[in-house]
Design a protein around this ligand. Structure first.
Ligand code: SAH
Length: 393
């Protein structure tokens, strides 16, 4: 088997089971090693560290899967990892036939480079590495055998395709594809999900528990749901008895789906508008409007470590606008899905907002992603979502 040889003094994180070997840690490759193939990772002295999949084109040169020398990365190995992942969702009670759940969360499930989501009877598979993309002919049949779906679709985002040199046709991969949006249920509410052209694989599954947790605080309140996408927080707020809900998103398609989702659930006190959240909030502030609750769930602001300061400034500005729109005693639900922004950074940002607006911000609850997005203890990067529920006096 081909070997990837580490530079001297670079082996510690990989003995520590971090799954990403960056190009800067690699000294050389011994033997023929086509991109996407399995290889052994060894120290510069030639001692076995782990086994993984190699990609000479990616900044993540190798993704590690086993530290057991006797274990091959063959079909039986992938099948066992998939079974382990699916068993976790059963343990969580995330296996309702009409529900949706993330079945495989990449590093969080010991399957770096693979995302699998289930929407009712359909599976959406999103490889985020070349190695996993090339293994779809092994992975999809294993999933079909385990879960007996109606159809399996493949999604591949452009940025990963570029970074990994992965060329993959998006669309139906196995079975019968859905003939339109798929309806799923979340905490008793029904949502239509567009599996082929929606964001991510169609729905922000990671906020599942946070939508319910937030809703608990929103009953009887006038709620502004910023970055509402297809209405997740808005509908849960309305169902929990919010007085009036306004959801805003810049995506016209998302807003249309949000409107149809409100109708689907017979929720009349919700309205949606298409527009920029920053501009909308600035205009509302200038008009002196106020709300009794504001939800902020923006897209990732920090894409890499270098843009951290910039991202924190954007979070600060956004949250400041949110606080300025809140009447005294208002509820602020504020989120960040930027992995580079730590929980401490985010709390520090709120401290700055409290100081500048001269408002008291009480953090009531702090959450992360739903447990079908597990954090691997040996891969800090698998934790990314922060959701703070606060009262602003
Ligand atoms: N809260 C949603 C998920 C939000 S994801 C849920 O529970 O499902 C972030 C959303 O922000 C996306 O729908 C995207 O279309 C929207 N968005 C990104 N930039 C925006 C901007 N400047 N103004 C308004 N919406 C924006």
């Amino acid at each position: 088997m081909a070997r990837v040889v580490l530079k001297p003094r670079k082996a510690k994180p990989f003995f520590g089971r971090h799954p990403w070997v960056l190009s800067t840690a690699v000294s050389r490759v011994e033997g023929a090693l086509p991109d996407g193939d399995a290889a052994e990772l060894v120290t510069h002295e030639g001692n076995f560290v782990a086994r993984g999949l190699y990609n000479g084109r990616s900044r993540i040169r190798m993704r590690l899967f086993t530290w057991d020398r006797g274990e091959e990365l063959d079909a039986a190995f992938w099948q066992a990892r998939l079974e382990r992942a699916v068993a976790l969702r059963e343990l969580l009670g995330y296996d309702s036939a009409v529900g949706a759940a993330r079945l495989v969360f990449s590093e969080g499930d010991g399957l770096s480079g693979l995302i699998v989501d289930r929407y009712g009877p359909y599976l959406v598979v999103q490889p985020t590495s070349l190695g996993m993309g090339l293994r779809l002919p092994i992975i999809v049949p294993a999933l079909v055998q385990l879960l007996a779906p109606k159809g399996v679709l493949v999604r591949c985002d452009e940025a990963t395709a570029r970074a990994e040199g992965l060329e993959l046709a998006e669309g139906p991969f196995w079975g019968t594809p859905p003939d339109g949006p798929v309806e799923i249920e979340e905490h008793g509410l029904r949502f239509a999900v567009d599996l082929m052209s929606g964001h991510k694989t169609g729905f922000y599954l990671d906020q599942r528990e946070n939508r319910r947790r937030a809703a608990r605080f929103l009953s009887g309140r006038r709620v502004l749901d910023m970055f509402c996408y297809t209405g997740g927080f808005s509908l849960h707020a309305a169902a929990a008895g919010a007085g009036e809900v306004l959801g805003v998103d810049s995506s016209r398609k998302a807003v249309e789906l949000a409107e149809s989702n409100a109708a689907r659930n017979g929720l009349q006190q919700v309205t949606f508008a298409c527009g920029s959240c920053f501009e909308t909030m600035e205009a509302m502030r200038d008009q002196g409007r106020s709300f009794e609750a504001v939800v902020l769930d923006p897209p990732k602001f920090a894409r890499g470590g270098r843009t951290l300061d910039e991202a924190l400034r954007a979070y600060h500005y956004l949250n400041r606008l949110g606080v300025e729109l809140l009447s005294p005693g208002g509820i602020l639900v504020t989120c960040s899905c930027s992995g580079h922004v730590s929980r401490q950074d985010f709390q520090q940002m709120l401290l700055g907002v409290a100081q500048q607006t001269r408002r008291e911000i009480q953090i009531l609850e702090q959450h992360g992603a739903a447990p079908d997005h597990p954090t691997s203890a040996t891969c800090a990067e698998s934790e990314y979502l922060k959701c703070f529920i606060c009262r602003v006096c």
